[in-house]
Design a protein around this ligand. Structure first.
Ligand SMILES: *[C@@H]1O[C@H](CO)[C@@H](O)[C@H](O)[C@H]1NC(C)=O
Length: 504
């Protein structure tokens, strides 16, 4: 379940006041090459990908390794005579929300696009995780000018505590079309399909072509019929995955991915003509399932830095501004960190911003290195290695270098969250307890102090509070719930640290 960005904006505002009034952050003095770390990044990488198996909906294949999960949602779509079996549950519940599912797919794909070359044994697992989503997104976009954007009724699902294999709440199917548009979810779906087309370009060219053809069509639909799905589908998608940041950011982000995947100049023209309106002036440096502004900036900076697309020159400056907002002690720094050093955006699912921001830092560092240049913050030079050092500190914190010595990845290290807010993980498995556990019976497991019986290996939870505290309480969805969009960008960062420290 997602956040309320209003609280974030208030926090940012007060923080800006604090920094402007002279209260200073811990200053990072000299940036050295990333140092040797005791963490087993390879183990963490494998687990971060395995997590997605625990979130699978649909008919599970024989290769399923997370064996406590079984088939579920086998009739999804049937109420509208369409096949919507498959895809992922977003977090600790049993709803398939298309908007964050598409974003998670885009970030998994971006992880492979940038760092797949160093994923080694994990590359195929990452691609399998992407394909589980894209197979579903192809079903959801099979009809022209229509995207099926949700299966399940979140209000009804959330009053039950049921295994996905048992669920009996309505599998309500929601769609956007010409009459009820949803430009943000259409453009994010296009971004997911386009980025995935790059992932499969060499290994499965026909699948890749199918993905890009669909991405082009879905983007056209989202751009032509403009509107937010939070209007037409308000009662179902809000407050869960309501689009707070509007759809302009997704149109820019979708066009950026289509340009990267097709190299078709028409997307470049689109970005030039609409870039100011779609992305101009936005100062919010939050990057997550709702807000794609800074992701689009970093992505577009590559075309300028590496392909020398002159018309995108401004995106280098925009990206530098984003970087400057994060570097502790730099001019215009506005990011908050906990006393233990974790980037802190907001109380609800903060770790998603830690993983997404770390990914952008490593990706921008890669682009800057290829272009033999640096970032600039009001006259101060920030090297790619300085960006990597910030990202490493965040990832190491997540893996256990923090005041509580707690790994926030389930199943990694000796001390990790035992009572995560996740229905399937917290209830006995089908193998242990074949009889159905109905809607309200599950709450005895939810309320119990016992550790979860099924270890959702690789799941990263919302994480500590602003003082590095973590109660490990199942009812606390803000801190104890995992999600696909926390893990997706982490996959790329872990691949970098596992296999190419200081080389990219
Ligand atoms: C580029 O994209 C535009 C808009 O989708 C399309 O009309 C055109 O045919 C494409 N060009 C190529 C070479 O694919």
């Amino acid at each position: 379940m997602p956040h309320s960005p209003l609280s974030f904006k208030l926090i940012t505002f007060f923080y800006l006041l604090l920094t402007l009034s002279g209260a200073s952050l811990a200053t990072v003095g000299h940036h050295r090459r990333p140092r040797f770390s005791p963490h087993n990044y390879r183990d963490a990488l494998a687990k971060s990908i395995l997590f997605f198996q625990g979130q699978r909906s649909g008919k599970l294949p024989p290769s399923q390794k997370m064996a406590w999960r079984k088939d579920s949602g086998l009739f999804d779509g049937s109420t509208m005579n369409v096949d919507l079996v498959g895809g992922y549950y977003d977090a600790g519940d049993n709803v398939k929300f298309g908007f964050p599912m598409a974003f998670s797919t885009t970030m998994l794909s971006w992880s492979v696009v940038e760092f797949g070359g160093v994923m080694r044994d994990e590359l195929n697992n990452a691609k399998e995780a992407i394909r589980w989503a894209t197979d579903y997104l192809l079903k959801a976009t099979a009809l022209p000018d229509t995207v099926f954007v949700q299966v399940g009724d979140a209000n009804k699902d959330h009053v039950c505590w049921e295994r996905p294999e048992d669920m009996d709440t309505p599998r309500t199917v929601l769609k956007i079309d010409r009459n009820s548009p949803g430009s943000e979810v259409a453009a994010e779906t296009a971004a997911a399909l386009a980025s995935a087309s790059l992932v499969f370009r060499r290994s499965d060219p026909s699948y890749s072509k199918l993905l890009i053809k669909r991405a082009i069509r879905v983007f056209e639909f989202g751009d032509k019929y403009r509107g937010s799905y939070s209007n037409g589908l308000k009662d179902f998608v809000c407050p869960f995955y309501c689009s707070f940041s509007g759809y302009q950011d997704e149109l820019l982000w979708g066009a950026a991915w289509l340009h990267r995947a097709t190299k078709n100049g028409s997307y470049l023209n689109y970005i030039q003509e609409n870039g100011q309106i779609l992305g101009g002036g936005e100062l919010d440096n939050t990057f997550g399932w709702d807000n794609k502004h800074v992701g689009a900036r970093i992505l577009l900076s590559k075309a300028f830095l590496i392909q020398n697309v002159k018309s995108l020159r401004d995106y280098k400056g925009h990206s530098d501004n984003f970087i400057c907002s994060l570097v502790p002690g730099a001019p215009f720094s506005s990011a908050r960190y906990t006393p233990g050093g974790l980037l802190y955006k907001m109380g609800d699912s903060n770790m998603q911003y830690v993983t997404s921001t770390s990914f952008l830092l490593l990706t921008y560092a890669k682009y800057l290195t290829s272009a033999h240049t640096t970032a600039h913050c009001a006259g101060r030079t920030i090297t790619p290695n300085a960006l990597r050092a910030i990202a490493q500190k965040q990832i190491d914190y997540l893996l256990g270098e923090n005041p509580l010595k707690m790994s926030y990845m389930v199943g990694y290290g000796g001390r990790y969250p035992r009572r995560i807010h996740h229905r399937g993980s917290s209830l006995p498995s089908i193998a242990e307890h074949p009889a159905k556990i109905d809607c309200s019976s599950g709450f005895s497991a939810m309320d119990s102090d016992s550790p979860n019986p099924n270890v959702l290996v690789g799941a990263v939870v919302g994480g500590p509070d602003q003082n590095d505290g973590f109660p490990d309480e199942r009812s606390d969805y803000e801190q104890s719930e995992p999600s696909t969009y926390i893990n997706a960008p982490l996959v790329g960062s872990l691949a970098y640290f596992a296999h190419s420290f200081g080389q990219l």
